[in-house]
Ligand binder design. Sequence first.
Ligand code: SAH
Ligand code: SF4
Ligand code: F3S
Length: 510
Amino acid sequence: MESREMTACGMHKDGKAYPSESRRQYEYIDRLRDIFGSMYGDASGGRGQGTFSVVTFGCQMNARDSEKLSGILEGAGLREVEDELSADVVIFNTCTIRENANEHLYGRLGRLKPVKKKRPDMIIAICGCMMQEKDEVEKISEKYPYVDIMFGTHNLYTFAELLYDLLMKRGGQQILPDSHGQDILLRDGRRAMISVWKDTPDIVEELPNKRKFPFKQGVNISFGCNNFCSYCIVPYVRGREKSREKKDILEEIRKLGRDGVKEIMLLGQNVNSYGKDLSEPVSFAELLRETDSLCDDMGIERIRFMTSHPKDLSDELIEAMASGKHVMKQFHLPLQSGSDRILKMMNRHYDSEAYLIKAEKLRKAMPDISISTDIIVGFPGETEEDFEATLDVVRRMRYDAAYTFIYSEREGTPAAAFPDKVPEEIIKERFGRLLELQNSIAAENCSRLKGRVLPVLFEEINEKDASLISGRLENNSLVHVKGDPSLIGNIRNVRLLEAHGFYYTGELTD
Ligand code: SAH
Ligand code: SF4
Ligand code: F3S
C-alpha cells in the first residue's frame, strides 16, 4: 500500500507541538474557502456555490464522524446536497464490519465513474473503517483510479489539510512546509492521495461540526476498542480505546443544552469501560451521573448511550441509570450467542448465566426497561445445540429488539482461521428461525403499551406518508402520529392507538 505511517497529529516535523491542532485545521478550512470561492463562486457572489455530499455507512460512530466532515466542507464554503452524483466534492465514510458493508461502497463508487469522466474536477474521497484495511486501499487504487483522496479513521481531522494539499499539488503549487501532505504520495496520471495512519494517541477536540438534527446529538465519549472479540474487525480499524476527558464531554453537552438540544446519545464501542485509560480514571457510571445533573440544569430531557459490553456492566452503572432523572430506561446489551462454548470462542468473557443475571438486575432496578441485543448466527463451529442455546436465551430475555447478523469472515481476525465453517443453507435456516421467534416476541412486547399515553420526541416527517410525523418513546420505540412538521423537535404526550410489531400509531393528547 502506498500509504505512510506519519507523525502524530499536532506535531511539527521537529517534534514541537502546535498550540492547537484544531486551530491549524481551521486555517486550512479558511484557505479552502478562498480556493473553492474562486473555483465555484460563493453563496454571496451570485455565481452559485460549490456543493458536497457525505455518504455514510455503518454505525453511530461513523454518523458522528460524518457530521465533522460536513462541518469541514461547509466551513470551506460548500453547500450540502443529497445526491452524490451532482456534488463537486463527494466523500464516502465507510464501514467494514461485515463483507456486505464493503460491497455497498463498491456499488456506489461504480455509479460515479461516468460522472467523474464528464466532470473531472469532481473530487471523490473515501475515509472510514475500510480505509484501515490495506487490501481494500490497494483494490481501490487499482480498480477505481478516479478516487482522489483516501484517508483512515485516525486522521479524519486532517481532511481539510488533505483536500488543500491535493488542490495545491494538482495546480503545481507548493504545499505548506509543515503539512502532513509532505508525506502523501501524489501519483501523477492517477492523481490519488493516500494518507492512512495506523493509530494515534491523540484526540483532537473542537473540530467543525454540522449537526444533522437540531434537537438530538451524538456525543463521543471514547474511541476504539480493546476487547478483540474474535470475529470483530473494529479494534483493528478503530485502534485502542481512548477516552475523552470528562470536562471536554461535559463542556460539549453544556453547549448542546444552550443550543436547545433535547436528547443526547453518549457514543463509544464499549461505553461501560469509559475512563479507565484516563490519567485520572473516571467510571462510566460517574460520567452518567454528572451528565444527568448537567442535563437537568441545561434543559436536556433525554440521555441515551451506545454500546455496552455485558462483561463491563456494573452494579454502579445500573444504580446510576435507575436514579438518573433523564437517563432513558433503554439498554442495548449485545448477546452475540447464547452458547457458552461459542461465547468462549468469541472471546466475550461472560457466559449465558452471567448475562442473564445482569439482565435480571437491570429489570429489577428498572421494571419498564427496554432491552435490545445483537446476535451473530453461524459463527464457525456453531452446532444445532449451540444455536438452540441462543434461542433459549432469546426466549428468556424477551428482547424488545434484536439485531441479527449472519457471521461474516473478516480477514485478520482470529475467527477467520477457525475450522468448521457453517454451511450457508444451515445458517440461513437458523437465521430464519431466530427472526421468526424474535418477531413474535417483539410483537407481543409491543402490544403491551397499546392504549397508554406516553411522551414522544418527534423527529421527522414520515418518509412514506407526509401527513405523519414520526418520533420515539422513551424506550426508543417508533411512533407515527398525524400532525404537522412544527411537532419536530418537541416532546408531546401521545396515546398509543395501535401496536404494529415494532412501531405504534397514535394520537396527540395535549
Ligand atoms: N461495540 C459494539 C458493536 C460493534 S459492531 C458491541 O460490542 O456491542 C455491531 C455488531 O455487529 C456486533 O455486536 C456484532 O453482533 C456484529 N458483528 C461484528 N462483527 C461481525 C462479523 N464479523 N460478522 C457478523 N456480525 C458481526
Ligand atoms: Fe467488536 Fe467486541 Fe469491540 Fe464490540 S466489543 S467493537 S464486538 S471487538
Ligand atoms: Fe462499521 Fe467502523 Fe462502525 S466497521 S460498525 S463503521 S466502527
